[in-house]
Unconditional design. Structure first.
Length: 359
């Protein structure tokens, strides 16, 4: 076991918050849903804090709507290291004993193998049975960048209701991208050798940004996720250690992840960040800087008349912000300043049916 650091706790807080919304939504219209933890770890940390498998299970069992969720929940926990797997097994057994009677619709399967091997076996099984994978949330949090092939992610999560939450260790990738001794891992990771271009970028072009954009393109193009969000974990020195990528095929998934991101404070000097309109956007519920959103809207819709629904969709899909950051923080000041013209069905606010004309 090892110590739980602030940025790992932040990932776990994100996971808990997201699953708290994902479980009731997906269980309401599916007979089975799957949570897959690709790098599950030993189950607990040095000071007793729960790891991602226990967090996922407890988020479900302690959910206020759990009694109303009648579908089958299948949890796959993959851990390749023997000592960690043994510890994980003990922790899961202890958790189940503490939560008797164990619900019949919650199944747990522990697998002592690499994520890529487990995923390949699952794909082969589904293919042989001519079946589709149930709606799945795959949490993939490796310690480096090996054992995470883009091709396997694409095939495993090819069905409509599958989602991916992956820790992309861009700092490690950047360090080894031009070394030449781990190219097979990097080709697997990206599903292409385009990453090699990082060694010949023009002056002023960020290597990390290039590697970020390439991974994002591959998740969109190869894995066929139309909605891909990423969040940078910035450490105390302002350096990006990794990106968290979320891939989904539904707007509801985007909304749930945005809510989770703005709710979680990593603490310990760490920050979640994204970029918009050339500015950093720090995820914090206190004193939210919406100037990047204001600038992006003015640039995107210059000289156009658009509906409030269009602006909400743009904010949600193409910016780091939530829909709640749009109306009062951005549109109201723009209207008061006479920058935008508003046609609304009521006397105030920006209800459905409102149209906004930009300069």
């Amino acid at each position: 076991m090892w110590q739980l650091d602030p940025h790992t706790k932040a990932k776990h807080d994100l996971l808990k918050s997201y699953l708290g919304g994902w479980f009731p939504v997906l269980s309401s219209y599916n007979g089975r849903i799957v949570f897959l933890d690709g790098f599950a770890g030993p189950g607990r940390y040095q000071s007793g804090e729960p790891g991602s498998p226990l967090i996922a299970l407890d988020t479900l069992l302690s959910h206020s709507y759990f009694d109303k969720m009648k579908c089958e929940f299948l949890f796959f926990f993959c851990e390749s290291k023997k000592d960690r797997f043994e510890s994980l097994t003990q922790q899961i057994e202890g958790y189940k004993e503490a939560n008797q009677p164990w619900p019949k619709n919650v199944k747990v399967q522990l697998v002592n193998s690499e994520f890529s091997e487990t995923a390949t076996n699952l794909i082969d099984h589904l293919r042989n049975q001519k079946r589709r994978l149930a709606p799945t949330f795959a949490f993939v949090d490796p310690f480096g960048f090996s054992g995470l092939p883009m091709s396997i992610l694409a095939e495993l999560l090819s069905f409509d209701s599958c989602e991916l939450f992956v820790n992309y260790m861009v700092d490690h990738v950047n360090r080894f991208a031009t070394a030449g001794n781990v190219d097979h891992h990097l080709v697997d990771l990206f599903g292409t050798n385009e990453y090699k271009q990082v060694g010949s970028l023009p002056p002023g072009v960020s290597r990390q940004q290039f590697l970020h954009d390439l991974y994002e393109r591959q998740l969109t193009g190869v894995c066929n996720f139309p909605y891909v969000q990423s969040f940078a974990m910035i450490n105390k020195t302002g350096h990006i250690g990794y990106y968290l990528f979320h891939g989904t095929r539904g707007i509801k998934g985007v909304e749930l992840m945005k809510e989770a991101m703005w709710k979680v404070d990593p603490g310990g000097g760490f920050k979640f960040s994204d970029r918009l309109a050339g500015q950093d956007v720090l995820f914090t519920d206190s004193a939210v800087d919406t100037d990047p959103l204001r600038r992006a809207l003015l640039a995107q819709y210059s000289g156009r008349r658009v509906s409030i629904t269009t602006l909400e969709q743009f904010t949600l899909i193409h910016t780091p912000y939530k829909k709640t950051h749009l109306r009062k923080p951005v549109l109201t000041p723009l209207e008061r300043a006479g920058v935008i013209q508003v046609q609304r069905p009521g006397r105030s606010g920006f209800p459905d049916g409102t149209w906004i004309t930009f300069p």
